[in-house]
Design a protein around this ligand. Structure first.
Ligand code: ADP
Ligand code: MG
Ligand code: ZN
Length: 488
C-alpha cells in the first residue's frame, strides 16, 4: 500500500518595484515599449559604466519590509551574482546576498476560513535580467530585449511553511494584495511584474526531515502555480513509491502539457561566486527615515476593512468587495469621506449610502489594469450627486438615472439635472394627495383587491404614482399616503 506523504513548499516571489526608472540608471521602466529603446550603457553592462542606486526603489523595498514585519536593516549591501546567460550582458546580476535590506517577517492570510501565518526568510533588492525571445518572428534565432534589464525587483523568500497548492495560492494572492495596496508593485502577473518560483518537496507523514526539493521557475499565474505544484507533488511521490529518489534540480512548467520538466541541476550559492559590488556603497537608512516611511505607508486592505465595518456601517461583504482593488478602495474612501464631511447624517449612514451606490452603479463598468482603474464618473462627482440625495433634493431612483446620464455624457450632476429637467422630489403631502386620489378612483378593481386583503397591489399603485409624477415623488411619502387613502 502506498505511504501517505506531506507536501512542503517554500516560495520565492519576484515583484517589480513601481518606480519610474531602473535600479541603477535613469532608463524608464514602462512596459511594452519597442524592444531595446529603454537602454543605456549602465543597464546594457557596457565596460566602464557606473551604477547609481535608485533611492525610491530602496524606499519601496523598505515599505514592503515594514508592512510584512521584517527587520529593516539600517545598512544593506549589493553583491554581484556571477553567471553567464544571454539576458545578462554584464555577466553578473546585482543582488543582495550577505546583507539584504529586510530580514525575517511573516504573512498572515486566510485559507478558506482558516488563518495561516507563513514566515519570511528575507526580502532583498535586485535588478531584473533582460528578456530572451526564442524563435521571434518565426525564425530559429533567439533575440534579446534589454528593456527589462536593470528593472528593480524585490525577491520575497518564504520559509518552507506551506503545506499545499491551495495554501500557496492563498499566500500569493494575499502577498500581491499587500504589495498593490502599498503601491510597491502593480500586481500584473501577465506582464511579469509579479512572478513566482515554487520550491516543492514531499516527505512521508511523520518524518521530521524535509525531503529533497525541486524548484519550479517563473510561474506567472495563480492557476499555474496550483497546477504545477500538484503535478510536481504527484511526480515526486511516484518517484519515491517506485523506489527512486528525487533529484534536486530546477524545473520549468509547461502550461500546454500541464507538466513540469527538468531544466538543469540545482546550482548552489558558491557556484555564483558572490562578492560585494565594488561600484556600490552600502545603502544606509537611519532609524528616523525608517519611522517616517512606516508612518507614511498606505493602509492595508485588512486595516481598511476593520475601519469600514466598525465606523462606516459596512458589512464584511461590502468591505471585502470595496477593498478588491486599491483604486476602488480609494474611490469609496473619497465618496464616503465627502458625504460624511457634509454632516447631514451619521457616519455609518453616509458610509452605507456610498457603499451601496458604488456597488450597485459604479462597479458595473470599472476596468482595472495593474494599479490603474478607469471609472465612468469621478469620485468627486458621485459624492456631489449623492449629497443631493442625502439632502432630499433627489430621490434615490433619480440619483441612479442622473448617474447613468453622467456616465454616458461625462457631464456633472448639476448639468444633467438641468438638461433633463429633473424635478425635486415631491414630498409635499398636499400636492401628492390629489394625484393619488385620482389614481385610486381610476383603478376601482385594484382598490377592491387591496381592501379585500391583497396588499400586494400596493406596488401597482406606487408604480402608477411614480409614472404620473415622472419618478419625482418621494417614495416614503407615497407609501404612507397610499396606505391611508386605500383604506378609505
Ligand atoms: P535558493 O536561493 O538556492 O533557491 P534558498 O535556501 O534561498 O535557496 O531557499 C529557497 C526556497 O526554498 C525558500 O523559499 C525555502 O523555504 C524553500 N525550501 C528550502 N528547503 C525546502 C524543502 N525541502 N522543500 C520545499 N521548500 C524548501
Ligand atoms: Mg531559488
Ligand atoms: Zn539604463
Amino acid at each position: 500500500m502506498a505511504r501517505a506523504y506531506e507536501t512542503v513548499i517554500g516560495l520565492e516571489v519576484h515583484a517589480q518595484l513601481k518606480t519610474a526608472t531602473k535600479l541603477f540608471c535613469g532608463c524608464p521602466t514602462d512596459y511594452g515599449a519597442a524592444p531595446n529603446t529603454q537602454v543605456c550603457p549602465v543597464c546594457l553592462g557596457l565596460p566602464g559604466a557606473l551604477p547609481v542606486p535608485n533611492e525610491r526603489a530602496m524606499e519601496l523595498a523598505a515599505i514592503a519590509g515594514l508592512a510584512l514585519g521584517c527587520d529593516v536593516r539600517s545598512e544593506s549591501r549589493f553583491d554581484r551574482k556571477n553567471y553567464f546567460y544571454p539576458d545578462l550582458s554584464k555577466g553578473y546580476q546585482i543582488s543582495q546576498f550577505e546583507h539584504p535590506l529586510n530580514l525575517g517577517g511573516h504573512l498572515t492570510f486566510l485559507v478558506g476560513d482558516q488563518e495561516k501565518t507563513v514566515g519570511l526568510t528575507r526580502i532583498h533588492v535586485e535588478e531584473d535580467a533582460a528578456k530572451n525571445l526564442h524563435g521571434a518572428g518565426g525564425g530559429a534565432a533567439t533575440v534579446v530585449d534589454f528593456n527589462r534589464g536593470g528593472t528593480p525587483l524585490i525577491e520575497i523568500v518564504s520559509e518552507p511553511d506551506l503545506r499545499s497548492a491551495v495554501e500557496a495560492e492563498a499566500y500569493l494572492r494575499k502577498l500581491r494584495d499587500v504589495l498593490m495596496f502599498l503601491g510597491v508593485n502593480d500586481g500584473n502577473l501577465e506582464e511579469g511584474s509579479f512572478r513566482c518560483d515554487a520550491n516543492v518537496s514531499v516527505r512521508p507523514v511523520g518524518q521530521e526531515e524535509f525531503g529533497t526539493r525541486t524548484e519550479i521557475k517563473n510561474i506567472n499565474s495563480f492557476k499555474f502555480v496550483r497546477q504545477a505544484i500538484d503535478y510536481e507533488v504527484s511526480r515526486q511521490v511516484g518517484v519515491l513509491e517506485s523506489g527512486g529518489r528525487v533529484v534536486q534540480e530546477t524545473r520549468g512548467w509547461n502550461d500546454v502539457t500541464g507538466k513540469t520538466f527538468s531544466q538543469r541541476s540545482k546550482e548552489d550559492a558558491h557556484d555564483y561566486r558572490y562578492f560585494p559590488d565594488p561600484d556600490l556603497p552600502p545603502i544606509v537608512f537611519g532609524a528616523e527615515r525608517i519611522e517616517a516611511l512606516r508612518k507614511a505607508a498606505p493602509k492595508l486592505p485588512e486595516q481598511l476593512r476593520a475601519e469600514w465595518t466598525s465606523e462606516w456601517g459596512l458589512t464584511p461583504y461590502d468591505a471585502e468587495v470595496l477593498t478588491g482593488h486599491p483604486a476602488i478602495a480609494a474611490y469609496f474612501g473619497e465618496v464616503a469621506g465627502a458625504l460624511d464631511a457634509g454632516g447631514r447624517e451619521p457616519r455609518a449612514e453616509a458610509g452605507k449610502r456610498a457603499a451601496n451606490f458604488i456597488q450597485a452603479e459604479v462597479l458595473r463598468d470599472v476596468k482595472t489594469s495593474g494599479l490603474d482603474a478607469t471609472f465612468s464618473v469621478p469620485a468627486a462627482d458621485v459624492a456631489e450627486l449623492l449629497s443631493r440625495v442625502q439632502a432630499g433634493t433627489l430621490t434615490g431612483k433619480q440619483g441612479k438615472q442622473v448617474f447613468s446620464e453622467m456616465a454616458s455624457s461625462g457631464e456633472g450632476a448639476e448639468a444633467v439635472i438641468a438638461r433633463l429637467g429633473v424635478q425635486a422630489p415631491i414630498s409635499d403631502t398636499g400636492a401628492l394627495e390629489g394625484d393619488i386620489r385620482a389614481i385610486i378612483a381610476a383603478n376601482p378593481a385594484q382598490h377592491e383587491q387591496y381592501k379585500a386583503g391583497k396588499t400586494k397591489v400596493l406596488g401597482f399603485f406606487v408604480g402608477q404614482v411614480m409614472r404620473v409624477t415622472k419618478g419625482a415623488a418621494d417614495p416614503a411619502t407615497v407609501n404612507a399616503l397610499l396606505e391611508r387613502l386605500l383604506q378609505e
